[in-house]
Design a protein around this ligand. Structure first.
Ligand SMILES: [Zn+2]
Length: 375
């Protein structure tokens, strides 16, 4: 690990805190008749001791993530965020806007144009620079933030939205670690990164998206405007309580991941040995690392059903498990359906009543291998 230099501060001291082993790109679903093996790359999180940035270690140079359907949650989030920022008067001055968007969608530009902001071409300066889940996709974090800082016009504001490391720790979201997502920001680490470019966080908003997402407004020093008290310092205090710079705390993500993988594997082996049939539901990219870490193949899980016709006929990356039409749930009458998208439980129970009518049950994969409360 001595070879790794921090993507933000170039520091070389730090700790490997989460290691999910060799993993395929989780959005690359090969065709069902593609025999593989799929290319795999180490999927590891490293915590920089110098600036505190949690980051992806390897740069496997995977192709750009395919742009799927724009998630409705991101579109709703953009509208909510712009409304909340506008309500503070921060956009009242109008001016120019530049956006560094997420490849997953959720652009703010139209909403900001409605607020009177005028988009500028690439490379030009702007009074408002928006980065909504964009920065995390940059392998070179220092260069990416330097570019944003350089484009910030005098008196301008940089709006940065990120899924907070505090949330990832609090909710045990080890699954947030993905190829192509190079950085996992705490407010603490981001403040240090911003300082290296002459910027300072001034205001913050909290959103429920992904269990806890932060939008930070930063501006260049000095800045004599009156900013609200306490918002940023409250986030920094929450970070300190969560232990965002403590590699032992972040190591809990690794223990969670191992427990989930073992729990899934052991549960499937037990069902297999008692002769139960199990199918999966929800060919989600977040299921990929779990299935592979758990060493699950089609002998243990013969198929994963998915409602999206685009995914049917494909294969779960890094495994031999085919993605099939939900018709299989009716045809096979499985004893259990392993649900990889827990938030769909109510919906799938209603959509596929035959599963339970024929004696099957839905099992939320998140409940397997969960940390047990002590005592
Ligand atoms: Zn660093």
């Amino acid at each position: 690990m001595s070879e790794h230099a921090c993507r933000a501060c170039r520091g070389r001291t730090g700790d490997l805190v989460l290691d999910l082993g060799e993993q395929p790109a989780c959005d690359y679903f090969p065709r069902g008749d593609d025999p593989g093996p799929d290319p795999v790359y180490p999927l590891q999180m490293w915590l920089c001791s110098s600036c505190g940035l949690a980051q992806l270690v390897a740069d496997p140079t995977v192709p750009e993530e395919p742009r799927g359907a724009e998630p409705a949650a991101l579109v709703a989030q953009a509208a909510d965020a712009v409304a909340r920022v506008a309500a503070t008067g921060l956009l009242a001055g109008g001016g120019r806007v530049a956006e560094y968007g997420s490849p997953h969608g959720g652009s703010w530009l139209e909403l900001l144009a409605d607020c009177g902001l005028k988009p500028v071409p690439d490379g030009e300066q702007a009074e408002v620079i928006v980065d909504c889940f964009g920065l995390m996709h940059a392998p070179d974090q220092f260069a990416a933030l330097a570019e944003r800082a350089a484009r910030l016009a005098d008196g301008g504001v940089l709006l940065l939205q990120y899924h907070s490391l505090d949330t990832i720790i609090r909710c045990g979201q080890w699954n947030a670690l993905r190829h192509g997502h190079y950085a996992y920001y705490s407010t603490t680490a981001l403040a240090a990164m911003l300082a290296a470019h002459g910027l300072r966080p001034r205001m913050a908003w909290h959103f429920e998206l992904y269990g806890g997402t932060i939008l930070l407004a930063a501006s260049r020093d000095p800045d004599t405007r009156a900013w609200p008290d306490g918002q940023v310092s409250a986030l920094l205090a929450a970070d300190a309580r969560a232990g965002v710079r403590d590699s032992a705390v972040l190591g809990g993500l690794h223990r969670d991941a191992e427990a989930r993988a073992r729990g899934l594997h052991d549960w499937l082996v037990a069902r297999h040995s008692e002769g139960s049939t199990v199918l999966g539901y929800g060919a989600a990219s977040r299921a990929v690392a779990l299935l592979r870490r758990a060493g699950v193949d089609r002998a243990l899980l013969p198929a994963v059903a998915d409602a999206s016709p685009a995914k049917q006929g494909l294969r779960m990356p890094g495994t031999d498990i085919p993605v099939v039409s939900p018709q299989r749930l009716n045809a096979d009458q499985p004893d259990a359906v392993l649900l990889f998208l827990a938030d769909l439980l109510t919906e799938v129970r209603a959509a596929f009543p035959r599963v339970e009518a024929t004696g099957g049950r839905w099992v939320d994969v998140e409940t397997l291998g969960q940390r047990q409360a002590p005592g």
